[in-house]
Design a protein around this ligand. Structure first.
Ligand SMILES: Nc1ncnc2c1ncn2[C@@H]1O[C@H](COP(=O)(O)OP(=O)(O)O)[C@@H](O)[C@H]1O
Ligand SMILES: [Mg+2]
Length: 455
């Protein structure tokens, strides 16, 4: 090997040469030449000592060769193991490089004991109406979502529009104090196979350490038109649009209420907080039922009603304005699951009334401005007593616009049938109310009578 570089000067100290130190005195500054190396002893090195002999040189070269081969082998091995690891993540998390990196992070967190697992619906595009079972995928979806504008705020969650994997999603973020609501809602979505065209489509759940507090996330499809409440406040609807909204809202509730047996089955579920703010309007004009934070599940085998934990009031929950008379008057028969379903039907009838009251009944008709049910009769935040007084004692119900003066117009009969269905569903006696199935069938028949015919 060559030595370090040193300087040779002529003996008068003027000319300088850069030379190899070990060859200095042997080749460049021979004894008695006019050059002398600054580090060479006077008289130069003994060349036979300074230079390695040929045997030493060949053993050094062999050592070098082996070292280089080992280095190359080690390098190859580490490249192979990295590629294999990458391939594993690719298989579980898709083709995107960013996703792979995030999956790796998730894995490390998992091993570190701070599990941030995510339930991801295997059918996140929402294309299928079949019941897909959610699978546990180690991921941190909350970190993969780019949050945009705030689109809604309810009792428990703040809802943002977000982008994930190139598509719009809704991210409902719960405070850790509302963990029970998040737990119940995600349980309903991820374990009870409620995939249906008229139920908000679930994508995933996650939790995120946001510094001082833990954020609980629920990720679903995003619906640009927002809640039915927002939609009806800003728009009037044709009779056909009204019947489409009405029959698809009933279809969502009917799916929720019914039990389906078999491996792809589901138990009976009651919503317990049906109102226009908890129903979304899809871009195709159909409804999607949302917000399952108070839902109850019925285990028909064990005849057990599984109530959400943590609610101080077991049965008197939901939104007072939409509560049925039997709950307001303390006559609710909680031992029978049908009571929960019938309570939902009363609330649903008020939602259908909201739709009916914003319907344009003939050309040139301007429906009255949007109003909540009982808006003129109670305050914005009514008490239970105030609701009990008007609903149970005064037996008041919202009024329909009069059609007495209206000449027969296409679809008016169907709209009147919608009003009849509504009136049958808000009766005081719960057993007289229609089932969600009957509502759905009757209203989808009316929709077919008035729907625009394909050209
Ligand atoms: N998927 C969604 N797409 C668009 N808007 C939504 C979506 N989910 C909820 N929102 C809006 O956010 C509001 C609150 O959502 P919700 O699930 O009812 O929360 P909370 O449990 O707090 O009541 C809704 O009334 C609606 O306006
Ligand atoms: Mg809500």
């Amino acid at each position: 090997m060559l030595g370090s570089v040193s300087l040779c000067q002529d003996k008068k100290g003027s000319e300088e040469h850069m030379i190899e130190e070990q060859s200095c005195c042997c080749s460049f500054c021979p004894e008695n030449s006019e050059f002398a190396c600054s580090i060479c002893p006077a008289g130069g090195f003994n060349t036979t000592i300074a230079l390695p002999n040929s045997a030493d040189r060949s053993s050094t070269i062999s050592f070098l060769k082996i070292s280089i081969i080992c280095l190359v082998l080690a390098l190859l091995a580490s490249v192979c193991s990295y590629k294999k690891k990458k391939l594993c993540f690719k298989r579980s998390d898709g083709p995107d490089n960013d996703e792979m990196e995030l999956a790796e992070t998730g894995n490390l967190i998992l091993q570190g004991g701070n599990t941030e697992s995510t339930m991801v619906n295997p059918n996140p595009d929402g294309s299928s109406s079949g019941q897909g079972e959610a699978e546990l995928v180690v991921s941190t979806i909350s970190r993969e979502i780019r949050l945009g504008s705030l689109v809604g705020k309810g009792r428990y969650g703040i809802v943002y529009k977000g982008t994930w994997s190139g598509k719009d999603v809704a991210a409902k973020i719960f405070d850790s104090r509302d963990a029970e609501s998040w737990k119940r809602e995600t349980e309903i979505y991820s374990t009870t196979l409620i995939n249906h065209a008229n139920i908000l489509h679930y994508i995933a759940q996650d939790n995120k350490d946001a510094g001082i507090a833990l954020e609980l996330w629920l990720i679903t499809d995003y619906h640009e038109r927002g809640s039915l409440f927002d939609y009806l406040k800003g728009n009037t609807v044709s009779i056909a649009d009204a019947l489409l909204l009405a029959h698809t809202a009933c279809a969502g509730i009917e799916h929720l209420h019914k039990e389906i047996n078999g491996t792809q089955g589901k138990p009976q579920i009651a919503h317990r907080d049906i109102k226009s703010k908890n129903i979304l309007v899809k871009s195709d004009g159909e409804c999607a039922v949302a917000d399952f934070g108070l839902a109850v599940v019925f285990d028909s085998q064990k005849q057990l009603i599984d109530l959400p934990k943590g609610t101080s009031e077991k049965f008197l929950v939901g939104t007072k304005r939409y509560m049925p008379p039997e709950l307001l008057s303390n006559n609710f028969r909680d031992e029978d699951f049908m009571s929960f379903r019938r309570a939902d039907i009363y609330s649903l009838s008020l939602v259908l009334w909201e739709i009916a009251s914003r319907t344009q009944l003939y050309e040139g008709h301007i429906p009255a401005a949007y109003k909540l049910p009982y808006e003129d009769d109670v305050s914005a935040e009514p008490t239970l007593q105030a609701m009990e007084l008007i609903v149970c004692q005064q037996k008041m119900r919202p009024a329909f616009p009069s059609t007495d003066e209206i000449a027969a117009s296409p679809g008016l009969k169907s709209w009147e049938r919608l009003c009849k269905v509504i009136a049958e569903c808000w009766t005081e006696e719960p057993t007289w109310r229609l089932s969600a199935l009957k509502m759905k069938k009757g209203l989808s028949h009316e929709y077919n009578e008035v729907r625009p015919q394909p050209q």
